[in-house]
Design a protein around this ligand. Sequence first.
Ligand SMILES: [Zn+2]
Ligand SMILES: [Zn+2]
Ligand SMILES: [Zn+2]
Length: 321
Amino acid sequence: MNTLLLYSRENPVTSPADSSSPPPFRFLLAPAAQISIMQTSQYSNDRRGTKLPKTAHSKDISGKLIFLGTGTSHGVPIIGCKCPTCTSHNPKNRRMRCSAVLGLPEGNLLIDTAPELRLQLLSQDIGLVHAVLYTHAHADHLFGLDDLRLFSRYLGRDVPIYCEKHVEEQIRMSFGYAFNPITRNYPAGGVPRLEFQEVTEEPLEILGERITPIRIEHGQDPAFGYRIGDLAYCTDVKRFPAESEALLQGLDTLILDCLRPEPHATHLGLEEAVETAQRLGARRTFFTHMGHQLEHEETNRRLPPNIRLAYDGLCIPLVPS
Ligand SMILES: [Zn+2]
Ligand SMILES: [Zn+2]
Ligand SMILES: [Zn+2]
């Protein structure tokens, strides 16, 4: 259970002999839900005056994919690091955690909810997400989920969440307050309102587009990449099973994990990523999920011309099959 530290004068730890003096503060561990109830009553008057927009203003991204984040789990710059990439003034070396948004026929599909989700959407002037598709349940792909709260308000329904069963279980555990009847029924405030749709290895339709899940190996935990038309988005990959490689033939655009110059246990290193991209033979490949060892310009100079590093804000067309 999530807990928060509180100060309290109740149940003082002093002995009866000390009772004439004010009891000292002590720590209590209280469930997060209780804390929120207290905050609700404290701020309920303030919130009466709060006006949230009823409809969202959002840039039209139809037919496009925008990289919202292209960094590894630490992001770039890394806190406390003064290496040339982390201190670079080139905005292409500033990488938020991995996420992308796609303008599909019936709305905007977000892939993963990175911890910087709010900043990512604001920076691209995207005010509305119609559905979310998860690749896997690692923290760097999940922990911006609370920022989905506004979208159920704008959509007038729970936000459709497409993910595997184990990702749903992780979400229900990590964001327990969103599923707790007490917190869901607060008179003020709000929790994310989500409607789960299970993703299996079968192709599915989301927002008017056919999407094919691609099983990828990423350490212990199952993960998916996705093929949309002749574009595939495959972040967090160590290798593809043979049957997945078969689903990645004939691509125009491949988006592929590339963590750092050296190999890594659960991600593709630079050499492996180039080999994989060349073997799959997409017309062009963009690398994502990059760490600070990969300086943007210097790395691009070493790559074949049809392989480039992506960067936050890069916008490319979705390619119909
Ligand atoms: Zn990741
Ligand atoms: Zn660095
Ligand atoms: Zn991961």
